[in-house]
Design a protein around this ligand. Structure first.
Ligand SMILES: Cc1cc2nc3c(=O)[nH]c(=O)nc-3n(C[C@H](O)[C@H](O)[C@H](O)COP(=O)(O)OP(=O)(O)OC[C@H]3O[C@@H](n4cnc5c(N)ncnc54)[C@H](O)[C@@H]3O)c2cc1C
Length: 292
């Protein structure tokens, strides 16, 4: 049986167990002790501790791909296009979300059982190191964005280089589902969060400050003066009353006939009095005759 280098170097690789002979009874039998078989067995026992689960493994648990892989715990968001093609839009998204949930489950499983599996959630960068690779993520990221799902964060080239630690990475996107969210969600002032593996992040204090903008606009005084002048110009209009007075003089036989008319927009009663006074004055003209 071919063994991977890693398996060959692990000191505790178990001997292959003797083959199962005769009859064995269990509520549920699982064929294969890889990640899938073992995780299924764990979930079954968690769901129903009384359930008898048997794993039938031809070699030893972890002898297959589960004991030979690169150890990258990633979501399937980068495979959304393929998942959608194979399973349809709804199931494609469901599977990608489930793969994201699986990362959190592995994380909390390791923590709650004190398993030091070197499990780190540092995010996953999908980058380009040549111009022709630029945007290779676009179709996948755009598909997720159109459906309002996905963990993608678009980064500018400087951010990519900083995160990747090399300018060889020209551009890219970040899969944040492979990152561990803080348990508290938001870190408040004076709080510290434990990121595991001896790493903590602290928010020691919050200094409150106010932002004041001091500026000088030379045009302001001119605008102020103009506004005051406009207001002053309006004042007379408030206190004056607009009136019209017509007087016509026509030859009337031996004398002159005066016709007087008037019109006022405001203070009409006052105008009527003044108008009457004017007419009376005209009537006092010797031999005067006024029709109004
Ligand atoms: C080189 C390599 C690198 C990889 N890198 C990554 C990575 O970085 N990140 C990632 O997420 N995935 C990676 N993968 C994929 C990942 O390892 C597999 O998807 C995962 O291990 C599959 O788990 P499994 O339980 O389905 O299969 P397996 O781990 O293959 O388990 C199947 C088990 O069933 C047993 N078996 C088979 N037939 C029988 C039978 N008839 N009776 C009894 N037992 C049987 C086998 O012996 C085996 O132990 C990698 C895979 C490989 C090969």
């Amino acid at each position: 049986m071919h063994r991977s280098l890693w398996l060959l170097e692990v000191p505790l690789v178990p001997d292959v167990q003797p083959a199962l002979e005769g009859e064995a009874r269990a509520d549920i039998a699982i064929a294969g002790g890889g990640y899938v078989g073992l995780w299924t067995a764990l979930l079954l026992k968690e769901h129903d501790p009384a359930c008898e689960v048997a794993i039938v493994e031809q070699d030893f648990c972890g002898s297959g791909a589960s004991g030979r892989n690169g150890g990258f715990a990633l979501s399937w968001w980068a495979k959304l296009k393929t998942l959608t093609r194979l399973c349809g839009q709804e199931d494609g998204v469901r599977l990608a979300k489930a793969s994201e949930d699986a990362l959190s489950e592995i994380d909390s499983f390791c923590r709650s059982h004190g398993i030091d599996a070197h499990f780190t959630r540092g995010g996953w960068l999908w980058t380009a190191t040549t111009a022709s690779q630029m945007g290779s993520w676009e179709a996948c990221v755009a598909l997720a964005e159109r459906q309002g799902v996905g963990p993608w964060q678009r980064l500018d080239p400087d951010e990519v280089a900083a995160r990747a630690g090399s300018r060889a990475h020209l551009g890219g996107v970040l899969d944040t589902s492979a990152m561990r969210p803080l348990a508290t969600g938001v870190l408040g002032a004076g709080e510290t969060a434990d990121l595991g593996r001896g790493l903590t992040v602290s928010f020691p204090d919050l200094r409150q400050y106010t932002v004041l903008t001091v500026g000088r606009d030379r045009g302001l005084l001119i605008v102020l003066a103009a506004a005051i002048l406009i207001l002053l110009g309006l004042l007379p209009a408030l206190y004056t009353s607009r009136r019209k007075l017509w007087v016509t003089a026509e030859a009337d036989g031996a004398g002159t006939l005066l016709k007087v008319g008037g019109f006022a927009l405001q203070r009409r009663s006052q105008f009527e009095e003044e108008f009457s006074r004017l007419v009376r004055e005209l009537e006092r003209v010797p031999e005067g005759r006024v029709r109004s």
